[in-house]
Design a protein around this ligand. Structure first.
Ligand code: GDP
Ligand code: MG
Length: 182
């Protein structure tokens, strides 16, 4: 089939989670195949795009990053408006970032106000699994999966933005899950 005949879809994806969990790093690894060890708070509320093909569909993921405002819970309505999928991220080595997921989940539903909250596509990423060979881990995979089950079977991936582990797989799931919400 001619590529121009294919169905094109734009999906708005927003990435939420505590500051420092690796949201920007995951996006950079996925879109640019780059990992930057230096800590740089994201500047400017912005998005990056990535095109992928799923069956006969061309999907453009428009992935929105927080601009460091996650510290102040001051993300504006424009950030949330029209999202097709919400990626929640925590750091498996920091229990506090896992506990915060509850707030991020609620905040998303409140701000984005999707028509069917129970059916809205979320994905959970447990990042930084490379650190210390897993010895500094504070949140077990079991605990994370239980949280996902309780929230209506949210798909769960353990990732490392640093080692590029499970990053493509996670965002492919984001695209597929986002498509179900069209
Ligand atoms: P954000 O505030 O959620 O956007 O987090 P960043 O992407 O800025 O990452 C915060 C810090 O964690 C930076 O120093 C990153 O280099 C580091 N980091 C991010 N992802 C990983 C990872 O998978 N493994 C390791 N070891 N460090 C990571
Ligand atoms: Mg960031």
């Amino acid at each position: 089939m001619d590529i121009s005949m294919k169905r094109r879809t734009l999906l708005k994806v927003i990435v939420l989670g505590d500051s420092g969990v690796g949201k920007t790093s995951l996006m950079n690894q996925y879109v640019y195949k780059k990992f930057n060890r230096q800590y740089k708070a994201t500047i400017g509320a912005d998005f990056v795009t990535k095109e992928l093909q799923i069956d006969d569909k061309l999907v453009t993921l428009q992935i929105w990053d927080t601009a460091g405002q996650e510290r102040f819970h001051s993300l504006g309505a424009a950030f949330y408006r029209g999202s097709d999928c919400c990626v929640l991220v925590y750091d498996v080595n920091v229990n506090k970032s896992f506990e915060a997921l509850q707030n991020w989940h609620e905040e998303f539903l409140k701000q984005a106000d999707p028509t069917d909250p129970a059916a809205f596509p979320f994905i959970l990423l447990g990042n930084k699994i490379d650190i210390d060979g897993g010895n500094s881990r504070e949140v077990s995979e079991k605990k994370a999966r239980e949280w996902c089950a309780a929230k209506g079977n949210i798909p769960y991936f353990e990732t490392s933005a640093k080692e590029d582990y499970n990053v493509d797989e996670a965002f492919l799931c984001v695209a597929k899950t986002g498509l179900t919400n069209e």
